[in-house]
Design a protein around this ligand. Structure first.
Ligand code: G3P
Ligand code: MG
Length: 250
């Protein structure tokens, strides 16, 4: 049984606000979402920040890489103006502050561990430790449905997350399911498979479910496609089109 919300706003507010920012999160909430996916990587000083690209330039004004800047510097950079004049100065969130705010406001989190190349182990360890500290009470109380779900394309990051916070659930991000997905998921003691819906088939969906894993799809922006995926047994998905797909049902 999937104990988590079924429809998540991708990167906070989908494509209706600057991704991976508090503005995005607020936008998702305005559309009724209380569950989001977002991306986390480490700054130069090892502090996790909410960002998707290791390179600055696309969403964060500046140049170079995330690992050439400390978190405090990134937090002063502009992650909003690329999206629109109304978002100038919107900062890069620190993961700790962002996650605490979500928890406080009852927003469930799928935390995608998105390591910059070469920082897989450290990123998985740090993000998992911080998340476990934030949710220490829920872990102790066994409130599984409130715990964040840690996902990653990096098996190294997920293995580090397991070592550092074994009680936090993990999900393997695998773009297209191949013959190895089950071995990887079992090796990491993952509870779910997160996959690109474009490569999913009913047979694959059934196989994942038959082996007892949760099944999550990214990034589903068409209501008819969402309904189809759910009919295949998909448990949950994230969407960029929070204006077309509501948080409760399709
Ligand atoms: O976590 C699902 C999805 O966000 C993975 O792709 O590139 O949007 O982080 P990306
Ligand atoms: Mg992501």
């Amino acid at each position: 049984m999937w104990p988590y919300p079924r429809i998540l706003a991708h990167r906070g507010g989908g494509t209706l606000a600057p991704e991976n920012t508090f503005a995005g999160l607020r936008c998702g909430m305005e559309y009724g979402f209380r569950a989001i996916e977002f991306d986390v990587m480490l700054a130069r000083d090892g502090v996790p920040v909410v960002m998707h690209d290791p390179a600055l330039g696309r969403t964060v004004r500046g140049s170079g890489s995330v690992f050439e800047h400390d978190a405090a510097d990134l937090a002063r950079m502009d992650a909003g103006s690329w999206f629109g004049a109304g978002y100038v100065g919107e900062p890069v969130p620190l993961f700790g502050e962002f996650a605490a705010w979500c928890k406080e406001h009852g927003v469930w989190m799928n935390i995608e561990i998105k390591p910059a190349p070469g920082y897989e182990l450290e990123t998985g360890a740090v993000v998992a430790r911080e998340a476990a500290m934030l949710f220490a009470d829920e872990i102790a109380a066994g409130e599984v449905q409130r715990l964040p779900l840690l996902s990653s394309f990096s098996d190294v990051a997920l293995a580090a997350a397991r070592s550092n916070a074994p009680t936090l659930p993990r999900a393997c991000l695998i773009s297209a399911l191949d013959g190895d997905w089950e071995r990887r998921a079992r090796a990491l003691e993952a509870v779910a498979i997160h996959t690109n819906h474009l490569h999913l088939t009913p047979v694959l969906a059934q196989a994942v479910k038959a082996q007892g894993f949760g099944l999550f799809c990214y990034t589903v922006n068409d209501p008819a496609r969402a309904a189809e995926l759910l009919s295949w047994g998909v448990d949950a998905f994230c969407t960029d089109r929070i204006d077309l797909i509501g948080p409760e049902c399709v």
